[in-house]
Write a protein that binds this ligand. Structure first.
Ligand SMILES: CC(C)(COP(=O)(O)OP(=O)(O)OC[C@H]1O[C@@H](n2cnc3c(N)ncnc32)[C@H](O)[C@@H]1OP(=O)(O)O)[C@@H](O)C(=O)NCCC(=O)NCCS
Length: 329
């Protein structure tokens, strides 16, 4: 499968983790510069999968060196494209072998594989580190819908006083506990009913899917290292149902990341989300973080209003891409 630049695109499962180390290190630099994110935790996880020869995807190989990769994971009949990245500045780089072109070649191979796999009904992708527009044309051409997403950042200077917690008597707020997964999954599937984010991530559409999303974030470091002291729930005192939740992870020594904030539809516009964000911010600050980031879909205007009012501003944007197979009959 040689390309015109004599770069070969080969099955990722043939390559041990050590061969991808330079690519992952080079990618880590970009995550650090662009998102203030320490990519090493994610890279370590990837390297375990690579060494087990379990990661479906492709490697771009030039002169026996891996210079790029793309991978996906399968969740039942869905494939999630986890990342696509190629190193800049190969020794003999020419305009025809730019990192962007190599990434496109890798993505083309993976899309061809997935679109021709009859058991794959849905493909989702959020290439967080790549600026919006980078690979949009390729995804659109393959029949994907594109949703622009924003990476927003709040600086934590000056947030020294504990936030004011003023709740109706029937509600209580407390930090996250291990047993909170199931009630939070119920809350997420209620909160995201008919929401733009459930078009992008179909896990939000069911309790089972929300449970998978939460397990990935809380137990498997799928989005930084989960922080139980930062994460909080608001619970109804008598029914014990969850009314609101904020989840936070550490993505580097200086940065915290809000991986989830949602409020039950019956309790909206009472300041609960604002309160949860201030509590999380205060806890991150106590841990020594100097900034917090989060991602939000551009179509989610209410959440963007909330974040801007809290002092977040957009520092980067990226695309979510979704493809759904149309079954006839
Ligand atoms: C976004 C969400 C968390 C807001 O929760 P909330 O508790 O209703 O928000 P708050 O009452 O704290 O609102 C704080 C501010 O956010 C903005 N805001 C929140 N909801 C809004 C709405 N429906 N319309 C316009 N502005 C809104 C306002 O600026 C509001 O301040 P104000 O009430 O003084 O005008 C909630 O609507 C929700 O759970 N949505 C579904 C899940 C979601 O989108 N999560 C964010 C994913 S990135």
């Amino acid at each position: 499968m040689a390309t015109s630049t004599s770069i070969e695109i080969l099955d990722l499962r043939h390559f041990p983790a050590a061969m991808l180390r330079p690519v992952l290190e080079s990618e880590g630099e970009i995550w650090k510069q662009r998102l203030h994110w320490d990519y090493r935790t994610s890279a370590r996880l990837l390297m375990q999968y690579l060494d087990n020869h379990m990661l479906p995807g492709y490697a771009a190989v030039l002169a026996e060196q891996v210079i790029g990769y793309v991978f996906c994971v399968y969740e039942e009949t869905k494939a999630v494209i986890g990342d696509a990245f190629a190193m800049c500045g190969q020794p003999d780089s020419s305009p025809a072998s730019s990192a962007h072109e190599i990434e496109e070649e890798l993505l083309k191979h993976l899309l061809e594989l997935l679109l021709n796999s009859p058991q794959v009904d849905r493909i989702e992708s959020q290439l967080l580190v790549h600026p919006s527009g980078s690979h949009t044309a390729l995804f659109r051409k393959a029949g994907f819908e594109i949703y622009r997403r924003l990476f927003m950042v709040q600086r934590l200077e000056g947030l020294w006083s504990p936030p004011l917690v003023d709740l109706p008597v029937e509600l209580e707020i407390r930090p996250w506990r291990d047993e909170d997964l199931a009630p939070t999954a119920r809350l997420i599937s209620e909160a995201y009913r008919g929401h733009p984010d459930s078009l992008i991530n179909d896990q939000y559409r069911s309790v089972h899917g929300s449970m998978r999303f939460l397990n990935n974030i809380v137990r498997y470091a799928g989005c930084g290292t989960f922080s139980a002291p930062v994460s909080h729930v608001i619970v109804h005192r008598s029914s014990r149902e969850f009314v609101a939740v904020v989840l936070g992870s550490r993505v580097s020594p200086e940065s915290g990341h809000i991986t989830q904030v949602c409020v039950h539809p019956e309790y909206r516009r009472r300041g609960l989300a604002r309160m949860m964000l201030s509590v999380a911010a205060f806890c991150f600050m106590r841990q020594g973080a100097t900034e917090i980031s989060l991602t939000v879909t551009e179509a989610n205007a209410q959440a963007i209003d909330l974040y801007q009012a809290e002092g977040y501003s957009c520092s980067h944007s990226f695309d979510a891409a979704v493809w759904q197979r149309n079954r006839v009959g």
